[in-house]
Design a protein around this ligand. Structure first.
Ligand code: 8DG
Ligand code: CA
Ligand code: CA
Length: 501
């Protein structure tokens, strides 16, 4: 069907739906607004009716119900001028996409919203007064933004992340998250921020985060961050929370008791450490050394070989940061499944037992699965924790000369040892839950948090590493791959390499 401009005629369709037009709203979350300037009112009417027939919601006026602004023969600046007078009608922080008519016509041809490509975006001048339109290029949720590994704004994100840590050390989780959100927006930008005006157009920036960025733009560093990193409490909390098995509460208690160093912990007579913390303290230096990709691959291969000896066909997947393309990490996250549902049950204890008998396990903490109880109709479980069979363990990895950066060891008395302690998370999932487990265990942590926030706020769905639950339809949505889950959520699929939010 041609979408060429038409002359107004007696037969041209009115802007609003007529009584006899049968329209089924298929995409309620999308609100289109067609800019009349240079498009003309008759073509606008025609396109409006066309879109409505195909199940799209088209708004007559520019309001907070608009998610996509469509313009034809206009530059970005011209469209912004048109919208300028109407900006106050929008709620702050909910910004629409500013798109070329080509996106609209492609949607009409496909009878559904098509993926927005860079060529669909109208170019916007950076120094306009209409912040709302520029802001629209950076969506509000971390799971809607592509965040590759390369971060062009490290100087700002490092500072914001330090302040986030400091806030969490003080028990201010809300403040901590605010800094994380701001840092995450900057991570997703394709270029380095150069002016404070650009910041005004980004979502998720509170006053404090803005102030920190401004300070760095002006002085090259943040005096506040410098101060924080010098604080005894910050340094001690950082040291203690880097011990495997030590959370914020324990670290704070130790700090309040006057403990300041690993030596203090090791020498304390009255301190009661859990087995996990003992192992964490014992292997502190190794566990705080980055794990390389080569080491992670080696560990995954070890696990795979042993698993196959018990259960041929076991599928082993390296998840976490390595799946997102990181070259090093703080641990190794491994998912274990089998194409035949149920065959995977009980496998982990055999794998761990075998590795242990070979002297390859320094610590392990095996938990059986609990999803049968947790998801039974009479379950009273309200826990957000996973219910998978899993082991958070420490492997004793032989250091071989052919593994790249293991050679870069410290000069401690231990440096002559030919092994390295490595943290490994092993998680067993039935194949029916595997796509959810894979999505949940690939991270980043903030990407996961944003996925759950988006699911809940925008879709009334509950997402965890086992399933997606539609609270309106009251049903669990089965998935065969990660793409299915993004589709259920109406989100563009993000490959793992773009989930570094
Ligand atoms: P790194 O090790 O390279 O430093 O970073 P990472 O791989 O991104 O972080 P991670 O702390 O190993 O976490 C990887 C993902 O696994 C992250 O999205 C959060 C998720 N994850 C845990 N623990 C748990 C858990 O108990 N349940 C669930 N569902 N996910 C978890 O780390
Ligand atoms: Ca990891
Ligand atoms: Ca982990």
């Amino acid at each position: 069907m041609s979408l060429a401009p038409r002359k107004r005629s007696r037969h041209s369709l009115p802007v609003g739906p007529t009584k006899d037009e049968v329209e089924v709203l298929k995409f309620p979350d999308i609100g289109l607004f067609l800019v009349v300037r240079k498009m003309g009112s008759s073509r606008r009417s025609f396109l409006t009716a066309l879109a409505r027939r195909k199940g799209f919601r088209v708004e007559e006026a520019y309001s907070e119900r608009v998610t996509h602004v469509i313009a034809e023969h206009n530059s970005g600046a011209e469209v912004m001028q048109c919208l300028e007078r109407q900006v106050e009608k929008r709620e702050e922080g909910r910004s629409p996409m500013l798109l070329h008519i080509s996106w609209f016509t492609e949607c009409m041809a496909a009878r559904e919203p098509v993926k927005i490509e860079p060529r669909h975006l109208l170019e916007v001048q950076m120094h306009s007064d209409v912040d709302v339109v520029v802001a629209s290029l950076v969506p509000a949720y971390g799971c809607q933004r592509r965040t590759p590994l390369t971060n062009k704004n490290c100087i700002f994100t490092d500072a914001l992340e330090t302040l986030s840590k400091e806030a969490s050390f003080c028990g201010s989780d809300g403040r901590s998250l605010a800094f994380i959100r701001a840092a995450s927006v900057l991570r997703s930008l394709p270029s380095t921020l150069t002016t404070i005006e650009e910041l005004n157009r980004l979502p998720g920036f509170g006053e404090h985060s803005k102030r920190v960025v401004q300070e760095i733009l002006e002085d090259g560093f943040s005096a506040e961050v410098e101060r924080v990193t010098q604080k005894e409490k910050y340094q001690t909390m950082k040291l203690f929370t880097n011990i495997f098995g030590v959370g914020m509460k324990t670290a704070n208690r130790w700090y309040q008791e006057g403990l300041r160093s690993l030596g203090d912990l090791r020498n304390s007579q009255k301190l009661k450490l859990s087995k996990q913390q003992e192992a964490g303290l014992q292997h502190y230096e190794d566990l705080n050394m980055p794990v390389s990709r080569a080491e992670a691959d080696l560990i995954a291969k070890m696990v795979e070989e042993v698993a196959h000896s018990f259960l041929p066909g076991t599928i082993i997947t390296l998840a976490g940061g390595f799946r997102r393309g990181k070259l090093s990490g703080h641990d190794v996250d491994i998912l274990i499944t089998h194409a035949q549902e149920g065959r995977e049950e009980g496998l982990l204890s055999k794998v761990i037992g075998q590795l242990q008998s070979q002297g390859l396990i320094l610590y392990h903490d095996l938990k059986r699965n609990s999803y049968h109880d947790a998801f039974s109709p009479d379950s009273k479980s309200t826990s957000n924790m996973d219910h998978f069979e899993r082991s958070f363990s420490i492997f004793r990895l032989k250091v071989a000369s052919h593994i790249g950066d293991i050679g870069a060891r410290d000069h401690s008395p231990e440096s002559s040892k030919d092994w390295k302690a490595v943290r490994v998370d092993l998680v067993v999932t039935p194949i029916s839950q595997y796509p959810y487990a894979l999505l949940g265990w690939t991270g980043s942590k903030h990407f996961e948090r944003e996925l759950r926030r988006f699911s809940c706020n925008e879709k009334k769905m509950v997402l965890n590493s086992h399933a997606l639950y539609d609270t309106v339809e009251q049903k669990i949505l089965a998935a065969t791959c990660e793409e299915d889950i993004f589709l259920y959520l109406g989100l563009e699929y993000m490959p793992p390499s773009d989930r570094n939010a």
